[in-house]
Design a protein around this ligand. Structure first.
Ligand SMILES: Nc1ncnc2c1ncn2[C@@H]1O[C@H](COP(=O)(O)OP(=O)(O)OP(=O)(O)O)[C@@H](O)[C@H]1O
Ligand SMILES: [Mg+2]
Length: 423
């Protein structure tokens, strides 16, 4: 008889890279989960909210007999999509002639579980309303949100995620013990590596300049294969001035992140820059999809592999795991936003979208409005990072090229590119 396996009690993704520090946050948050049913991890993009939430959730599994379930909300825009992501995460199917939120609430009512809603920023108002109703209707359900801003509802415990710790004093023998410096060394040299005292001082300066923001540190550390710490420090100095302590704060961190992204982008080759901005149309993707969708005369298919590898090496693209035997990738959220801005500014979107969508799906009624549906891409609904199946951009492409099913994709949605290639 085949061995019985217990049903999975979580859907958390494997961590793509090592996790550094945060011991205090973890233990405090785990304790807080014992008393508070709604916790929001807040902070600037790239500060590490998602990584911290996933760690907390993984360590909390034993406290939630009905499991710990992640729903990724970074690319949804409506209440219906939020509900359908949550339902997909916990494995609740839609019933005929019934609102899915009713089915979901009924199913969760008796369950003792933790829902992790990651990337709530764009729908924080909808999440707040739905979360309040869910907490009222389901007394054993707890919520862990990540968002730049809090949900601002009663009973919410707001946890401001700090940057990684920086060394307190220059010349401190324990410099390398600071979380920020450890992350830089680990990402640039590999786990357990050490560096000479001069390099250590320079790396400390770099981490201070980047204010301990992990995404910025990873982007800077990725250039260590090609540059010394001194060169990286000089390049950063040229890019943006030293900030005084009084100037530091959330808006400043946003500026630092933008400057580091600009800097990192400026060091890429033309084809790498082109690929980066085109990849912003995907939630996640595999190589074949990127080759098919992102290539054209300017960026031949044969160059995509090398350009994509370079983006992985520079920490601008991360691996998310394997799906159906293919490795899948994604852009960190802040990188995706940055790349999408560049895609829009490049004019490529305007050139290809209207013509392609009109060809595949009918003509827009007037500029800016599309003929059918709610302006969302059907193939993306209910799927996403961390759910059972990854976003099916091929389905998007098929839906959009098949007139009976045609709903109009958002400009910038992957299916626009898919249409462009297949139309
Ligand atoms: N404690 C940590 N140890 C190692 N790497 C980390 C840690 N925290 C964050 N990182 C890395 O920094 C990057 C940004 O982290 P993360 O995605 O969690 O940020 P975020 O605050 O959720 O950003 P966003 O608001 O854009 O979603 C990721 O590549 C992540 O792996
Ligand atoms: Mg995040």
């Amino acid at each position: 008889m085949a061995p019985q396996t217990a049903p999975a009690r979580q859907n958390l993704p494997l961590e793509p890279t090592s996790f550094i520090g945060r011991g205090r946050d973890l233990s405090d948050l785990l304790r807080l989960l014992g008393s508070d049913r709604l916790i929001t991890l807040c902070g600037v993009s790239g500060v590490g909210k998602t990584r911290l939430a996933l760690r907390v959730a993984a360590q909390a599994i034993a406290s939630f007999p009905d499991g710990v379930w992640l729903a990724e909300l970074a690319d949804v825009s409506t209440r219906e999509e939020i509900v359908s992501r949550i339902a997909a995460a916990v494995g609740i199917a839609e019933e005929a002639d019934r609102d899915l939120s009713g089915t979901l609430f009924d199913a969760l009512r008796g369950r003792h579980l933790l829902l992790v809603l990651d990337g709530c920023d764009a729908v924080i108002g909808e999440v707040a309303a739905l979360g309040r109703a869910l907490l009222d209707a389901c007394p054993s359900t707890s919520l862990l949100l990540t968002s730049e801003e809090p949900a601002r509802i009663s009973g919410e415990a707001i946890w401001r995620v700090p940057p990684l710790s920086l060394p307190s004093r220059q010349g401190d023998p324990a410099l390398a013990d600071s979380e920020a410096v450890r992350l830089f060394i680990e990402r640039s040299q590999g786990p357990g590596s050490t560096v000479c005292p001069h390099q250590l001082r320079t790396i400390t300066d770099i981490c201070r300049r980047l204010d301990g923001i992990p995404l910025c540190i990873e982007l800077a550390a990725a250039w260590m294969r090609f540059r010394s710490p001194d060169e990286i420090a000089d390049l950063l100095t040229a890019r943006f001035p030293q900030l005084t302590d009084q100037e530091r704060g959330v808006p400043t961190r946003r500026r630092i992140l933008h400057a580091v992204l600009d800097w990192s982008n400026s060091l890429l080759s033309d084809s790498e820059q082109t690929l980066l901005r085109r990849l912003s149309v995907f939630c996640d993707w595999d190589l074949e999809l990127a080759e098919r969708i992102c290539s054209d005369e300017e960026l031949p298919e044969a160059e995509i592999l090398d350009a994509a590898s370079a983006l992985v090496d520079r920490s601008l693209v991360t691996l998310t795991g394997e799906y159906q035997g293919r490795v899948r990738y994604r852009l960190p959220r802040a990188v995706r936003r940055y790349a999408a801005e560049h895609l829009a500014a490049s004019g490529e979107e305007e050139r290809s979208v209207p013509a392609t969508v009109a060809r595949c799906c009918g003509s827009p009624r007037s500029s800016g409005t599309w003929p059918c549906s709610a302006g969302r891409c059907p193939g993306q609904s209910g799927t996403g990072f961390g759910t059972a199946s990854p976003p099916n951009t091929t389905t998007c492409a098929r839906s959009c090229t098949d007139p009976p099913n045609a709903a109009i994709p958002k400009p910038g949605c992957a299916c626009v590119w898919a249409c462009a290639r297949s139309g």
